[in-house]
Design a binder for this molecule. Structure first.
Ligand code: ADP
Ligand code: MG
Length: 261
């Protein structure tokens, strides 16, 4: 059965999409069957996996409105090595349309149940907000991976997300937990980043992943080739860090079989 994870942080530009596509590619390289769900109307995870968002006939939007199943709407990205349930601008409208509908928080959850046996991992790339779309992600998931930059306001921004996750855990999805915080775009030469990294470990202990993703230009270049960095330049420091992260995730889950649904 698939383990389902949201990659979430309500801030934009913190590395959610980069984490989603590269973790997906890393897991796929170690033999896991992976589905990436793009829940951001910007469609960056879709494009960054080599799927043209403008050419899609069916997307996650159709799945949320129950006009299509995941099996019907997903694409295979042969180059990236995993499946993609894509998104494009149409998804921005779903927010408004969902408000009117019943089970508005649980549309994605229902749809993913039907494909749980087909994957080992489902990774949901969330938009930069705590919106109804993100809520659909959190209601579907066993856990949340939070990418973050080690900057001055990092901890402050985290409290809104942690509170939302607690509320969803208490009211909507008792299975939900924070799997871990992933330090991304890390530059060890910057003293402040080291300090914030230490603070994170002091606050969150073993909820901070051991793997650290360095700032690496190859990871930033890869999306323009429609590839995750892990596939685009496997020898780069960034790609190697994400493969290491895939191993760490795989190991952590092995140690916590309770979260397998
Ligand atoms: P989000 O999905 O949270 O908005 P992205 O994953 O799109 O964030 O990342 C924001 C920008 O930073 C993108 O241009 C991306 O290519 C770049 N980026 C992300 N991670 C790294 C990294 N480790 N090193 C260098 N650039 C990165
Ligand atoms: Mg993004």
């Amino acid at each position: 059965m698939a383990r389902i994870f949201c990659i979430a942080n309500q801030k934009g530009g913190v590395g959610k999409t980069t984490t989603t596509v590269n973790l997906a590619a890393g897991l796929s390289q170690i033999g896991k069957r992976v589905l990436v769900v793009d829940l951001d109307p910007q469609g960056n995870a879709t494009m960054g996996s080599g799927v043209d968002k403008r050419a899609l006939e069916l997307t996650v939007y159709d799945v949320l409105l129950e006009n299509a199943s995941v099996a019907e709407a997903h694409q295979r990205s042969a180059k990236a090595g995993y499946d993609v349930l894509g998104a494009n601008r149409e998804l921005a409208g779903a927010e408004v349309e969902l408000v009117e509908l019943e089970r508005r928080n649980e549309r994605l959850k229902g749809a993913l149940r039907a494909v749980q046996a087909d994957y080992d991992f489902v990774l949901i790339d969330c938009p930069p907000s705590l919106s109804l779309l993100t809520l659909n992600g959190l209601c579907s998931a066993h856990g949340v991976i939070v990418p973050m930059q080690c900057e001055y306001f990092a901890l402050e921004g985290l409290s809104d997300l942690v509170n939302t996750i607690k509320q969803v855990h208490a009211n909507l999805n008792p299975a939900l937990e924070i799997i871990g915080l992933l330090r991304v775009m890390f530059d060890p030469r910057i003293t402040l980043q080291q300090q914030v990294s230490e603070q994170l470990k002091a606050h969150f202990g073993d909820k901070v992943f051991d793997t650290v993703i360095p700032r690496n230009v190859r990871l930033a270049e890869a999306p323009s080739y429609g590839l995750p960095g892990v596939v685009f330049d496997p020898a780069s420091k960034g790609a190697q860090a994400f493969v290491e992260f895939a191993h760490e995730m795989s190991k952590r889950l092995g140690a916590h079989p309770a979260i397998v649904a």
